[in-house]
Design a protein around this ligand. Sequence first.
Ligand code: AMP
Length: 534
Amino acid sequence: MSEGAAKKEDKPRKFQAIRGTRDLLPPETALWNRVEQTVHSVFATFGFGEIRPPIFEATELFARAVGGETDIVSKEMYAFEDHERPDLAALRTTIAYRNPDVLNAWSVRLYIEQVNEFVRAFEDAIEKREIPATPDNLRALDDLKNQVPRASMIGTDPASNVHITGGFDPIIAGIRELLRAIQFGDVITLRPEATASVCRAYIEHNMQQLPQPVKLYYIGPMFRRERPQKGRYRQFYQIGAEILGGTDAPAIDAEVIEMVMTFFDKLELQGVQLDINSIGCRDCRPKYVELLRAELLKVKDKLGPDSQRRIETNPLRVLDSKLDSEQTIIAKLPHIADHLCEDCATHYAAVKRQLELRGVLYRENWRLVRGLDYYMRTTFEITAAGLGSQNAVCGGGRYDGLVELLGGPPTKGIGFAIGEDRLILSLQESEKAQSRVTSHQSLLIYIAWMGQNAHATAIRAAKDLRNAGFSVELPPVEQKFGKALGQADKLGARFALILGDNEVAEGLWTLKTLADGSQQKLTEQDLLDFLRKL
Ligand code: AMP
């Protein structure tokens, strides 16, 4: 092999962030931090506490909560099987798939012993939560414990030998069947959203025993295998809040919306538009969905393939369509507001009144149905400026049956999720946010030091200034003053603190204001006082 070829082969792969994911970098991350600090302070004033659920959960949790027919569950989840006991899984494979046919009483006994050993280890692993205690696994364990003693009998009954040599005894075949049904790990999924996790946590920690309602919020990454574009990523961040338990009083719906609007207001988000709707309950919605389906079937030929499919799977989603060709058809469809049951209609009217009492401006949008199955009654969406086609920054709604669906007690629930990436994009579009970030950073002080004595003083000065809360850049190696000042300029520092032999000897430090080149001599104490006054 020529040297050139060898070099080519050695060249390491150039790694890039996975499609749909990205690095958030400074100075942008300063804006992310400001947004998140605003979340903590505003949400706390509404009595919310932070929850940090895990990033992955059992796939079944999302399948149940979000709904099997949704895009998220049917095609966008990052799911994989997680194994903790490969040794037990291998033993299962041997005794359920690979063992030679059992031919006589002696080999039956050996086989049963092996199965017994497996069952003991299996039970132990379930107890230690190394293997998930799914209903299927618990049933397999129970059945195995019943079947194994029966199988042992075969070996002791001489008459049964004839039967065994003829092929597989049905009891042993049954055992092999049970072994094959065991799941060694949970099928887990990187969370595509966090409401399901919060409800799971509510149930797991018996939060129904706390004073109701329980108000929780979260901030963190979500994962969906969507087609990436501006404002749409495969790893994206959500800021969400949930109110669980207590009543479904319309004032709760209004207050949670008021909180999001207050938060956006504090951030000076531009072009905020709140849309609301009611999508009814378990009583009235199915009737409306059937009516909608019947109306859609009449115009099926004029709809695109996606909407045609949705007539069967989820007719409400047709209302979401952005296809130009479908707009005039959709405009003529029946409105859900005209088909709400009395309770839902009263609830919706009261939510609107409560929003008005809080001075929250809204627009009614009968086509707002939201993508997830669990919503009922109040739904809302907020759009903002500067985002193009992906302009929804927040979606939310009421989901009263969800906790129950996940095995918990009957519980009322409402919540929302803000797309943090989109929120940041919109804020970046408005210059205000940008200038605030840079002005915060421009307090930087660059320490230009020369000489070993000055280095010791510079190290101490950096420690004191940082302790006082100032951002300090301390070059690790000596630089000529000219070069140091050039570097300070490039970093956007506001001041250069010049420390040479003279400054150290006199105890008077030189502070240069980089914007106008002016200099002043200050004692360390005066320097701190001067900076604090800025
Ligand atoms: P959802 O959980 O689908 O109701 O979404 C709530 C909010 O999360 C949306 O309004 C968006 O702002 C944001 N969002 C949803 N999916 C994505 C994505 N793939 N990339 C960026 N933001 C997203």
